[in-house]
Design a protein around this ligand. Sequence first.
Ligand code: DGL
Length: 271
Amino acid sequence: MDRRAIGVFDSGMGGLTTVRELERRLPGEDIVYFGDTGRVPYGGRSPETILRYARQDVAFLRTFDLKAIVIACGTVSTIALERLAQECPMPVIGVVEPAARAAAQVTKSGKVGLIGTKATIASGAYERILKALRPDTEVVARACPLFVPLVENGRFRKGDPLVELVVSEYLEPFKTAGVDTMILGCTHYPLLSDAIGQYMGADVRLISSGAACVETVAQVLEEKGLNTDHTGIGSRRYFASDSPESFEELASIFLGEDIHHQAVQIAIETY
Ligand code: DGL
């Protein structure tokens, strides 16, 4: 049993989709969340910059006494998971492998769609894992760079004409290809899942990378005896590298609970 917190980070607000799932699956765990809202998006940056940012994010989180770190960011998971895991004494869990596993399990036709940031798609990380798990998988992949700024600006709802326009432009090739499963390879994208689901149709299974990793977190805690014995709801602490008010505003919508006056701004460049 271990009452230390789990550290969770993302380039911005997208990792809150993972926090939401963690709250459901492991309600008693304490969570420290950092969103690098001052430097989002990461997805169009070079691997070197993404690694540097990710190291700073982890260095900040490690100022807390943590038992595990969750990289609730597809981009950082594809580029930096191995390095960060080598550099940290605690388990570091990313979103790529759990999401690829979930997709390999649910696809019937073997035709899997993958959407993510430019860095994620360019890395080929999802394809490598999918092919290793199921060699006959055919992956149709596309970067969707406008999705993260849309979500960060609160434009993610079904029925929003801008959202629907961008969704239809990006996803048209997946419809044409006839994928039966779609990996939302960026943790921001589940916020668009109503619009994406409506466009792709009910027969296409959407895999949320952030949600898929929560099962892995639960397994790792169990295996290593790191679960909390706290029976109530765990504590939440939120940090951002830009305006805490803007973070609280959007995070309250994303999490479905009021977190006003709870976020703290930090100077991430100093870590
Ligand atoms: N949520 C991040 C991801 O999963 C967003 C990346 C970005 O900042 O571009 O990839």
